[in-house]
Design a protein around this ligand. Structure first.
Ligand code: HEC
Length: 214
């Protein structure tokens, strides 16, 4: 999927240049490009089980973020955040700080929302958060992305007060609950991670014993 997205970007930018030079009109050109992007993405999925074409349907929050190019007016942003927050589920035992050692595994596990992972014949596939794709974590790990802020010393800086614990759990569950057009995947909201896994991640980020805070 990633490769397809990169490919589409290349196609789009070259078509964009051509259209821009030939006509000078952007509105129709943009509509054509949007349609081309949509079609290219759609056609890159194979027919059959496990292809999850439904993932291409934007939900209400995504539609608004596209409409406002990621920067909706304040009242729109606030209504998105309130709605996203209202869907957050919590662990059955109510504990938002789980086991940091388990959280370390989830943080490190790159098997997130991969096509093929949800094929019903493979119900035991354990999913992870792929957090290193976007965040710095433990000091000893040198391979990490920087789309998101560094999480090194996350708990050391913030402490473990109730408000911090709740924010951390809810942010990982649904990043849009605090930032309407966040680029961070909504890991709990989409059922990629369970409430228990998210509580374990919360402990991994916040516990004083966690390697993140050394
Ligand atoms: C695709 C990239 C991406 C992935 C994967 C990702 N994040 Fe993020 N994350 C972001 C971005 C971007 C931000 C900052 C914008 C925002 O707050 O929404 C962020 C913000 C956060 C914050 C808030 C930080 C603060 O100082 O308030 C936490 C906590 C966090 N991420 C934890 C995680 C954890 C844990 C995982 C793995 C389960 C994860 N993220 C996976 C992109 C990502």
């Amino acid at each position: 999927m990633k490769r397809v997205l990169v490919g589409t970007g290349v196609i789009l930018s070259s078509v964009g240049l051509m259209v821009g030079c030939a006509t000078g009109s952007t509105t129709t050109a943009q509509t054509d490009l949007d349609a081309l992007a949509e079609r290219t993405l759609r056609e890159s999925f194979l027919p059959g089980p496990g292809q999850y074409l439904s993932r291409l349907q934007q939900d209400e929050a995504q539609k608004l973020c596209t409409q406002y190019r990621g920067q909706p007016p304040k009242p729109v942003a606030e209504s998105i955040e309130a709605k996203e927050k209202s869907h957050i589920a919590y662990p059955a035992d109510g504990k938002l700080m789980g086991d940091w050692k388990e959280g370390a595994k989830v943080f490190n596990n790159g098997f997130a929302y991969r096509i093929g992972h949800f094929i019903p014949s493979n119900p035991k596939a354990v999913r992870g958060g792929n957090c290193y794709a976007c965040h710095q974590g433990e000091a000893k790990e040198v391979a990490y992305g920087n789309l998101g802020p560094s999480l090194l010393h996350y708990g050391k800086v913030r402490g473990t007060g109730d408000a911090v614990v709740r924010y951390t759990y809810e942010k990982i569950y649904n990043a849009k609950a605090y930032n309407a057009c966040s680029q961070m995947p909504r890991l709990g909201h989409h059922g990629i991670l369970s409430p228990k896994q998210i509580a374990d991640l919360t402990a991994y980020l916040l516990s004083p014993e966690s390697p993140i805070n050394q």
